[in-house]
Structure formats: structure tokens, C-alpha cells
Design a protein around this ligand. Structure first.
Ligand SMILES: C[S@@+](CC[C@H](N)C(=O)[O-])C[C@H]1O[C@@H](n2cnc3c(N)ncnc32)[C@H](O)[C@@H]1O
Length: 185
């Protein structure tokens, strides 16, 4: 559905309206800072990668099932975040790990929530392995069964955890973002 963020994304070379979700979260919480190394899980078509670069990120690595058009100054790994052969290509530690991972929705709410929860749990495992101490984590979650438990799990690993719903995230969408600030290691 076309809206002001779709037009803005096109006008500003952001590839996807979703870029504004990260931009709005970052305006408030400053999770991506100049010189940071950023890992972006579920990065296609590259909106969050471009936004991260514009926020001054140093290294940006994106992973997705679908191939993206190259983003200047960023690396891309094609594959599933659930597969070892993809994760084996991931080297080093990051200041920020972002996950906008989303399953193909079926329209069956419980099924979509369960699939999304699998992806958010995978993102958390990757964050625990690849975040630098004091690093930040932003992950898309579908609200529904398992959400509170996931929140508590994230809460164990970060100094500060908050649920955020940026204005660019459609009100009728069941997605919210969980923000973990200050990875405890
Ligand atoms: C909402 S889109 C991301 C949009 C992106 N943040 C942007 O601004 O351009 C979600 C992405 O998650 C990806 N995805 C879903 N499951 C995945 C998996 N198992 N491994 C890697 N990527 C996956 C999809 O291919 C899709 O491109």
C-alpha cells in the first residue's frame, strides 16, 4: 500500500519504506552511531543498510534469502539465517545487530506469529554470538503467543529493553520492535 513513506523512500533513494522505521527508532534511541559495525538480518532490498550507512556506520553486513542490488560500502551474504552454511560466512563482532526478518505471511495469525517467533529467536541467538559487549539489538516481533516470553529472554541479556512501534510501522500491522540496549555479554 502506497503512503507518504513509500514516496519518501523513493525520493531519498532508500529502496523501501521500512527504512523510516529504523530512522525513527534511531532518532529517539541513537542505537547506530558513527563508526559502528552493523549486522542487518533480513536486509532485502537494503533500506536499513542504506539508512545505517547514512547514519555513519563503518562496516555494514546484510543477510537475506533474496539477492539485493549492491549497497555502496556494504557487504551482502545471500542465504538463510537459520542455516549453518550462511552463518559460517559471518565473521567478527558487531556494535549493532538489526533484524527486520519476517516470514512470508499466510494470513493465518497463529501460524504467522509462530513463524515470526522462530526468526526472532534465531536473531537473538545470532546477537548473543556476534554482539560486542555494550552493543545494541533491534528486532521485529509479531505480537501474539510467545511475545512476553521472548521479551523476558531479551531482558536477560541487555541493560535496557523496550518495545517500540515507530510511526512508519502501520498501526494495523501486528509487528512491533524490541530494542535491547547495552549487551551484557
Ligand atoms: C521486511 S523485509 C526487510 C526489509 C529491510 N529491513 C529493508 O529496509 O529493506 C524482511 C526480509 O526478511 C527476509 N527473510 C525471511 N526469512 C529469512 C531467513 N530465514 N533468512 C534470511 N532472510 C530471511 C525476507 O526475505 C525479507 O526480505
Amino acid at each position: 500500500m502506497h503512503d507518504k513513506y513509500t514516496d519518501k523512500a523513493l525520493a531519498e533513494g532508500m529502496r523501501a519504506r521500512s527504512a523510516f522505521k529504523l530512522i525513527q527508532v534511531n532518532e529517539k534511541y541513537h542505537i547506530v552511531k558513527r563508526g559502528n559495525d552493523v549486522l542487518d538480518l533480513g536486509c532485502w532490498p537494503g533500506g536499513w543498510m542504506i539508512a545505517s550507512k547514512r547514519m555513519g556506520a563503518n562496516k555494514v553486513v546484510g543477510i537475506d534469502l533474496s539477492k539485493i542490488e549492491p549497497v555502496v560500502g556494504a557487504e551482502f551474504i545471500q542465504g538463510s539465517v537459520t542455516e549453518k552454511k550462511t552463518l559460517n560466512k559471518l565473521k567478527g563482532a558487531f556494535d549493532v545487530i538489526l533484524s527486520d526478518l519476517a516470514p512470508k505471511t499466510s494470513g493465518i495469525r497463529n501460524l504467522d506469529v509462530a513463524r515470526s517467533l522462530d526468526l526472532t529467536n534465531t536473531a537473538l541467538k545470532i546477537a548473543i554470538k556476534h554482539l560486542k559487549i555494550n552493543g545494541n539489538f533491534l528486532v521485529k516481533v509479531f505480537q501474539g503467543e510467545g511475545y512476553q516470553e521472548f521479551f523476558r529472554e531479551v531482558n536477560k541479556h541487555f541493560l535496557f529493553v523496550k518495545t517500540v512501534k515507530p510511526e512508519a510501522s502501520r498501526q494495523r500491522s501486528m509487528e512491533v520492535y524490541l530494542l535491547g540496549i547495552g549487551f551484557k555479554g
